[in-house]
Design a binder for this molecule. Structure first.
Ligand SMILES: Cc1cc2nc3c(=O)[nH]c(=O)nc-3n(C[C@H](O)[C@H](O)[C@H](O)COP(=O)(O)OP(=O)(O)OC[C@H]3O[C@@H](n4cnc5c(N)ncnc54)[C@H](O)[C@@H]3O)c2cc1C
Length: 458
């Protein structure tokens, strides 16, 4: 049985970085991957979708060319084969670079296959056993097919199979009005598909504030995406060439017929086929591995990083997990998950940059909350770019003067939100940002202005 100092299962957004750190510290490391090196983010998540969002943006701007005084001279066409080829090239460069780095690194052995625990210190891959005193689980998650009637009998796409689509669906029906569904929905509408998004909740991205959800709906709806909210009793059937989704909504027709169905209604961790019971690693009722603040599981010598531990669902949270584990093991730095501040973006165009609390959360925290707000129509850079949809909101604790959170929906807001995020990490009062001189013309230059006009939240 080959002996290692460490085994890492999965090459998502934490595993490879951890492998390089451990190997650099002189440990003998085995890395196991059953599918594509780079995991979800590189192959079927962030990288390909953001490459496609960029193609969709180009189509949108081309169609709006006249607004900018630019003559295109004819209809704007989208070549889906070339959109896919561009996306594939970007993904392949990232995956191949990572694969070759792992294959060529000193002290790292890359195994291809499905790893399953046989004991707390050993895993099996296609009949071969590997053992190590430390095992790190970075197995990520996959799209969940909700148990809706007819789903098994109806062909459907997920974020993974969408990556092979090189044609324009006539009518894409998407179940799920959250991050993944909205990104694909707006993107395919811009490519030229008819798009209907079905959402069970009364509003989109229900974790956001109601006015943020409403503004996002307006933005996407204005481009011609149809929504069916409050959709209860969703079921599917195949009718000739069409897919029919039956919905029980408060308004509108009782069914939506489309050419293709995309399920974007949640994800589940890849923990059901890992033999975790053989290692004494406990999961919660949703299959997420239970970890402590330093990401150790219930089995000594076994850690869980990334989406599979339920502490985050983003590339940056998985990468931060790597940093926490490496800091504790190698740097004697007791970093913990509880130190991190919730932050993410929704990549519709314009994007939503989010950090910390929503208005609803701030209100229910019992603090004296102050808010600064501004529509993007009053941001010079947005006006100059011809992209004035959305609004910005920053929330402040009126007593401690610390920033509680921000929702920035507008052009450039996925970047601008970092000024706030960094200030929150510094635990500095908002007045530091208020007094900072910012560059003109940018979206960020308005953040001090928002903070100079804070109003009490009722
Ligand atoms: C459509 C989409 C868009 C997204 N966009 C963004 C975005 O813009 N920004 C962002 O921050 N996040 C985004 N995410 C989320 C992001 O992709 C994940 O949070 C991120 O990939 C973290 O994953 P991870 O490290 O936990 O594992 P993953 O990236 O899921 O990788 C896990 C790896 O483990 C392997 N594996 C699983 N089980 C085994 C086993 N038993 N043996 C061997 N190997 C195994 C898998 O094959 C996989 O390669 C997106 C997700 C999706 C689906």
């Amino acid at each position: 049985m080959p002996d290692f100092d460490a085994i890492i299962i999965g090459t998502g957004q934490a595993g490879p970085s951890l492998a390089f750190r451990l190997a650099g510290a002189g440990m003998k490391v085995a890395v196991v991957e059953r599918s594509l090196v780079g995991g979800t983010c590189v192959n079927t998540g962030c990288t390909p979708t953001k490459a496609m969002v960029a193609s969709a943006y180009a189509a949108r701007i081309a169609r709006r060319a006249a607004d900018y005084g630019v003559a295109i001279g004819g209809d704007v066409g989208v070549d889906m084969g070339r959109v896919k080829a561009r996306k594939d090239a970007i993904v392949a460069a990232s995956r191949d670079g990572l694969t070759s780095a792992l294959e060529n690194a000193a002290n790292i052995a890359l195994y291809r296959g499905h790893a399953r625990f046989v004991s707390p210190q050993a895993v099996e891959i296609a009949g071969q056993r590997l053992s190590a005193a430390r095992i790190f689980i970075n197995v990520g998650g996959r799209a969940a097919a909700p148990p809706m009637p007819g789903v098994k009998e109806t062909p459907y796409l997920t974020n993974s199979s969408m990556m092979d689509v090189d044609f324009l669906p006539r009518h894409l029906v998407i179940v799920g009005g959250s991050y993944i569904g909205l990104e694909f929905g707006q993107m395919y509408r811009r490519f030229g598909s008819e798009v209907t998004i079905i959402e069970m909740a009364p509003r989109l991205v229900r974790h956001e504030d109601e006015d943020v959800s409403a503004a996002i709906k307006d933005i996407v709806e204005q481009e011609g995406v149809h929504f069916r909210l409050n959709a209860e009793c969703i079921s599917f059937a195949k009718r000739g060439d069409e897919i029919v989704a039956k919905v029980d909504c408060a308004e509108g027709a009782p069914q939506v017929a489309g050419s293709h169905l995309l399920l974007a209604a949640g994800r589940r961790p890849n923990t059901d086929d890992l033999g975790l019971d053989k290692a004494g690693v406990r999961c919660d009722e949703h299959g997420y591995i239970v970890v402590d603040d330093q990401l150790q599981t219930t089995a000594p010598g076994v850690w869980a990083l990334g989406d599979c531990n339920g502490k985050g669902a983003f590339t940056h949270t998985a990468y931060n997990d790597f940093e926490i584990v490496a800091a504790n093991l190698l740097d004697h730095d007791p970093r913990g998950v509880s130190e991190r501040i919730n932050a993410y973006a929704l990549y519709i165009d314009p994007p939503l940059g989010r950090v910390g609390m929503t208005m609803a959360q701030a209100r229910s925290s019992g603090r004296r909350v102050l808010a600064g707000e501004r529509p993007m129509t009053r941001v010079a850079r947005a006006v100059e770019k011809g992209e004035t949809q959305g609004f910005m909101r920053i929330l402040v604790d009126g007593d401690s003067k610390e920033i509680l959170g921000a929702s920035l929906l507008g052009t450039g807001c996925d970047e601008a939100v970092h000024a706030i995020l960094d200030l929150m990490y510094a635990k500095a009062p908002y007045t530091v940002l208020q007094c900072a001189m910012h560059i003109h013309p940018t979206v960020s230059e308005l953040l001090p202005t928002l903070l100079g006009d804070l109003k009490p939240v009722g």
